[in-house]
Design a protein around this ligand. Structure first.
Ligand code: TRP
Length: 348
């Protein structure tokens, strides 16, 4: 099922609502742009969009305070550099809207622990952070459900790794609605078009997903990597034995991953790449790909530099975003309070 498009529902003034968020916990990779932000930019035209900086999720893993602060502003500037327009979409920081944590608590009270313990991401993260398996890590997906349900989101653009969390969100909405009567919209995942959903693998191990927390800095391409860094990372990218440019993800994952990147940044398909580079080795191919990525990221990087310089403007955008988000979130939370019998409703 897909969410209704504006105009199809008979009430054209109500656009379907989108909510999504990114954690300000590390540098963004090229895939955040091609897989998420570029798509969010388009969605602004047809949807009412709420884009959060989910700093309460970020602290489930220890963050140095000064870095968390800096990264939060940088993430906002990146949203905008990627074309998200604060006049059209609501850009806000999760902790500026206390209703997230409040609804999170309430939803915790209808969430079976077993379901949280079975979450793939919880299991992965507990393996990786053995010394800090805190309750926040377990309850992380419940807070995410609160993020989504507070805005009565119709659809949620998420990557593969978040589908299970969205499934939990739907379960919680359905459970709450059946326990207390219709309250929450049950959200649908928004599945990105194939190109945007393409998986980008590590440049050093093309059988593993590219990850922002990879200790090998040559493995991942960051959105803000300077041109020379991008060129160097491509020169060092792992390729397969043989030397022809041919797409074959099972037998030749290295070159196939580079070809995917090439297609993402230039729009040129695999066959045409194969033709263009027939008889040429990896060297010239990687060099061209490096230049293509540099050119692709340049406009975003330029805009980022301009935007990040005006801290006051960024703070004003966050203030305005928080006010809009709180307004919407409060409406949902008041309803929830009334339904479950918390005394007083709106007055508190
Ligand atoms: N868990 C998401 C991630 O790591 C981030 C997130 C938090 C989110 N709340 C959300 C994404 C709500 C979509 C909607 O990618």
């Amino acid at each position: 099922m897909t969410a209704p498009q504006a105009g199809e529902t008979g009430t054209p003034e109500r656009k379907p609502v989108i909510l999504s968020g990114i954690q300000p916990s590390g540098d963004l990779m090229i895939g955040h742009y091609t897989g998420a932000l570029r798509n969010w930019k388009k969605l602004q035209e047809s949807h009412e969009c709420f884009f959060a900086l989910v700093n309460l999720h970020a602290i489930t893993v220890y963050q140095k305070p000064a870095e968390l602060r800096r990264r939060s502003l940088e993430l906002l500037a990146l949203y905008m550099a990627c074309g998200i327009d604060p006049e059209r979409s609501t850009l806000f920081v999760q902790s500026h809207v206390p209703q997230h944590a409040e609804l999170g608590w309430i939803l915790n009270c209808i969430t079976p622990i077993g379901q949280l313990q079975r979450m793939t991401q919880f299991k992965d993260k507990s393996r990786r952070n053995e010394k800090n398996i805190n309750a926040g890590l377990l309850n992380y997906p419940v807070l995410m459900a609160a993020d989504i349900l507070l805005y009565q989101a119709d659809c949620v653009p998420v990557g593969d790794d978040q589908k299970q969390h969205l499934e939990l969100t739907r379960d919680l909405a359905i459970r709450f609605n059946s326990m207390y009567s219709e309250t929450f919209k049950v959200p649908e995942p928004y599945i990105a078009p194939r190109e945007e959903g393409a998986r980008i693998m590590s440049l050093q191990d093309p059988t593993a997903k590219m990850s922002k927390s990879d200790p090998d800095r040559n493995a991942s391409l960051m959105l803000l990597d300077p041109p020379d860094v991008i060129r160097a990372k491509l020169r060092r990218a792992v390729t397969d034995s043989g030397s022809s440019i041919a797409y074959d993800p099972d037998e030749r994952p290295g070159i196939s991953n580079l070809m995917t990147l090439y297609r993402i940044v230039t729009g040129i398909g695999f066959e045409e790449q194969e033709e263009r580079y027939s008889g040429q080795g990896y060297g010239p191919y990687k060099k061209d790909l490096g230049e293509a990525i540099v050119a692709f990221l340049e406009p975003v990087q330029e805009r980022f530099k301009e935007i990040i310089g005006d801290r006051k403007a960024l703070e004003e955008i966050l203030d305005a975003g928080a006010a809009k988000a709180r307004d919407r979130a409060r409406r949902t939370l008041d309803k929830v309070h009334r339904k479950i019998g918390l005394l007083g409703g709106r007055r508190y």
